[in-house]
Design a binder for this molecule. Structure first.
Ligand code: BDR
Ligand code: CA
Length: 311
């Protein structure tokens, strides 16, 4: 089985991915760590607790970053995920509470308790992982692997012509996490934009998932309106679920190995820069960061079938 900690800012597509963590028989769901991003930190934590409860499971939730490490805080974009992160659906207040320890502390404790075993899957801005690295750099060699949904190397961005939202929301944290030297795969827009979850897929999920299915389906309708306007498609990209699809079925993706870096300011703020392994470039700044894997393509139809089948 695959023990994971899921770092998240739920978020409509985060909710879909959380449902996969809750449903997949081979995923050992150790906990969720929350961050600001699609919503405020308080809303992210509340949604994480609620989604677990709707599935009848009590998954630990540790609250984390309320703002970026360096750049100024900015309001969450309510037109994409809704002001409540779940498409403005009428949802109950969760019964449970977050843990007393912070998200970075939770990550450090869990990884130290099971060295070599835990996969960190991060699908929001990366402050929690960056702070965990600062608290205890030894986790670099103790995690099994880190999977980041974020960035883009050839596809362009979704919040600027070059930047993807999770990286843009905290570029300083992203730079620390993507260049830390742990075994890491970036699953960015190059892969996630190949995957389109259609209304037919979501209807299958709604029928199968009970109370959680109603929230996944209702919030999807809101998210879909944004995709229609922004990308002209009848469906949405299940970005965050793609990180789990890569973890559980890597054969659905094409991967390239190379060096990543992040622009932290200026017009290209939040852009991820990639230099393929083994290529010589003028000067050697491009190859100074550790080697990582980047998903550069995905078999979109297979990925969305996998998501729907799991759910
Ligand atoms: C990422 O940004 C967020 O809006 C989504 O939840 C996803 O994690 C896609 O760029
Ligand atoms: Ca997310």
């Amino acid at each position: 089985n695959t023990p994971i900690i899921f770092d998240t800012d739920p978020g409509v597509d985060d909710a879909q991915a959380i449902a996969i963590c809750l449903a997949h028989p081979d995923i050992e769901f150790l906990g969720m760590t929350t961050t600001f991003g699609n919503v405020t930190i308080e809303t992210a934590t509340s949604n994480a607790l609620l989604l677990g409860e709707l599935a009848g499971q009590s998954i630990p939730v540790a609250q984390g970053a309320s703002q970026p490490l360096v750049k100024d805080k900015f309001p969450a974009p309510a037109h994409i995920h809704g002001a409540n992160g779940l498409g403005n659906m009428d949802i109950p207040t969760p019964k449970g509470k977050a843990l007393a320890i912070s998200a970075p502390q939770f990550i450090v404790e869990q990884v130290n308790a099971r060295p070599g075993e835990i996969t960190l899957v991060a699908v929001g801005p990366l402050g929690n992982l960056a702070t965990a690295l600062q608290l205890d750099p030894s986790i670099i060699s103790k995690v099994k692997q880190v999977i980041v949904m974020g960035g883009s190397i050839r596809e362009g961005g979704n919040v600027s012509p070059v930047a993807e939202a999770n990286i843009f929301n905290d570029p300083h944290a992203a730079k620390k996490v993507l260049t830390a030297g742990w075994p890491l795969t970036m699953v960015g827009l190059d892969a996630t934009h190949r995957c389109i979850l259609t209304p037919a897929h979501v209807e299958r999920i709604r029928v199968a998932q009970g109370a959680l299915g109603e929230v996944l389906s209702g919030s999807y309708q809101f998210y879909k309106a944004f995709y229609k306007e922004a990308r002209g498609i009848d469906g949405c990209c299940p970005h965050d679920s793609c990180a789990l699809a890569w973890l559980m079925k890597p054969e659905m993706f094409t991967v390239e190995r190379g060096h990543l870096n992040v622009e932290v300011e200026g017009l290209a703020e939040g852009q991820t820069l990639f230099a393929p392994e083994g290529r010589e470039f003028l000067g050697n700044q491009w190859s100074q960061t550790p080697l990582v894997d980047v998903c550069v393509n995905a078999q979109g139809d297979k990925v969305v079938e996998w998501i729907t089948d799991v759910l």
